[in-house]
Design a protein around this ligand. Sequence first.
Ligand SMILES: Nc1ncnc2c1ncn2[C@@H]1O[C@H](COP(=O)(O)OP(=O)(O)OP(=O)(O)O)[C@@H](O)[C@H]1O
Ligand SMILES: [Mg+2]
Length: 322
Amino acid sequence: MILGLETSCDETAAALVTDDARIVSNVVSSQAELHARYGGVVPEIASRRHLELVVPVVREALTEADASLDDVTRVAVTRGPGLIGALLVGLSAAKAIAWARRLPLIAVDHLHGHVASLFLEPDAAEPPFLCLLASGGHTLLLDVRDHSGFRVLGTTLDDAAGEAFDKGARLLGLGYPGGAEIDRLAREGDAEAYDFPVARVPGLDFSFSGLKTALLYKVRELPPEELATRRADLAASYQRAIVTALLGRTSEAAKQIGAERIAVVGGVAANSELRVGLPGAFLAPLPLCTDNAAMIASAGRFLEGIPYPRYLALDAYASLAA
Ligand SMILES: Nc1ncnc2c1ncn2[C@@H]1O[C@H](COP(=O)(O)OP(=O)(O)OP(=O)(O)O)[C@@H](O)[C@H]1O
Ligand SMILES: [Mg+2]
């Protein structure tokens, strides 16, 4: 089995995945509550919490799988991109486990991990496909030709889609992280009530910062008592604008590269309006949309491990790998 570890942001996660892509255990400890009162992830708090949680979470993944480290043949870990201190906790833990057991270490790119959330049984997707990766930190259109990587076709010029959800939620006085909250509230609202702008930037890129500003102005215009009654309409209209932008660019990209299949991964792939807007697409299973370690172990299945002990000096990286 592959032991996967993920600590790039505010989830401490460990999972065991078999060589034939079955998830045996998948433990995710979210720190969201810890960061909620700050309205976003505080990097230093995240690193410290990962340090406290990483060993118990690995233990729980083994217990849940009814396995021991004797059953682990490779350790896969997120190397980047993400918060550097948070990444270093997972990377150091993975190195220590691999080194102690003389195992190879597999360094996984977090974004490749999100794509690989589609390669797990029982419903493994097969490349080639066009993949929309929409998460808290990224909005990417990816040409996925095989299991081991991707080519970037488009990205966001400013905020990520998940970030737009989170910032919008904050403006509407909803909790953090806000994507799921907006999704829930939007079901009670009228998506046509407000006309929010869908940015048209050149190529296959995205832009969400104007949308956020438009919501800010709408919220400021409304008297407080009216804001409370229009919140669901605002959430529904705001979500509609984000989803319209995502769907529009995705279908343009599919046409451009002649993709026959479309896939969606990342936290925003959990959005209900986005999911129904893409009939026939490969959709990451709900529990695997937001950060988890099963997707990291899944990516690890298609990568070369670094043999013991050559990985000891391996470093993490904070931003998108070149
Ligand atoms: N139902 C939903 N609708 C819309 N957005 C959602 C939903 N559920 C979660 N999200 C958003 O998904 C994001 C978290 O996703 P994920 O865990 O993949 O991101 P991340 O790991 O922080 O970023 P990255 O993967 O780019 O480093 C948050 O911005 C959250 O608001
Ligand atoms: Mg992520």
